[in-house]
Design a protein around this ligand. Structure first.
Ligand SMILES: *[C@@H]1O[C@H](CO)[C@@H](O)[C@H](O)[C@H]1NC(C)=O
Length: 193
């Protein structure tokens, strides 16, 4: 649990520092490798559902990442949460989210269950501790023509979950090679986008 808290602190720092330009995550992963080739983690939705939201929103999200100030909500994440009906009115249904992660973990190696539960707990605690900033991000005005404002809660939870699960991959399930090690380092700071 102490380790999970450490990771969450790092995620917290990144979510905050992404408010500033020069963000190391803007360039994307350093190697053309899929994280699932390094470690398969439980996930909230199927890759196809994620990709549908990614294609729809990623260009807006990239543009927003370069804007300074209060972090803007990620519409890729809100679209994913909407696809599972987990998001409404600035809130994520934690119970339903837990069920989806546990369903995903069910056919996987048994240690994932507790890792998923601990990660959910840590990520919701982190989001609570950032509540003021998250609420401020939800009421921003569009900074460019056609910008859709999404509520930051979905991106905060999804980024934290993706990064925490990958970081907590049990050693016996992690493929050790140069590319995977680089990816692990990158995703210790940067969300999956
Ligand atoms: C998600 O659903 C809400 C309605 O609950 C809607 O206002 C919002 O635009 C949707 N977000 C995305 C990214 O589709």
């Amino acid at each position: 649990m102490a380790e999970v808290n450490l990771i969450v602190l790092v995620v917290f720092g990144i979510v905050l520092s992404s408010a500033f330009a020069d963000n190391p995550c803007l360039k994307g992963p350093p190697v053309p490798k899929n994280a699932a080739e390094c470690c398969v983690t439980p996930s909230l939705v199927e890759p196809s559902a994620f990709m549908a939201c990614h294609s729809k929103w990623i260009s807006q999200t990239k543009r927003q990442m370069a804007i300074e100030g209060i972090p803007r909500g990620c519409c890729v994440a809100e679209c994913v949460m909407n696809s599972t009906k987990l998001y409404s009115n600035g809130k994520i249904d934690r119970e339903a989210l837990t069920k989806l992660y546990l369903d995903s973990a069910k056919p996987m190696p048994p240690e994932w269950k507790q890792i998923a539960l601990d990660s959910i707990d840590a990520c919701f605690k982190m989001a609570d501790s950032m509540k003021d900033e998250i609420d401020a991000g939800a009421v921003l005005k569009p900074a460019f023509e056609g910008e859709q404002i999404c509520h930051p809660i979905s991106g905060t939870i999804l980024a934290c979950m993706g990064m925490t699960l990958f970081a907590k991959c049990p050693a016996r399930l992690f493929t050790v090679n140069a590319d995977c090690n680089k990816l692990k380092k990158y995703h210790s700071q940067c969300p999956f986008l």
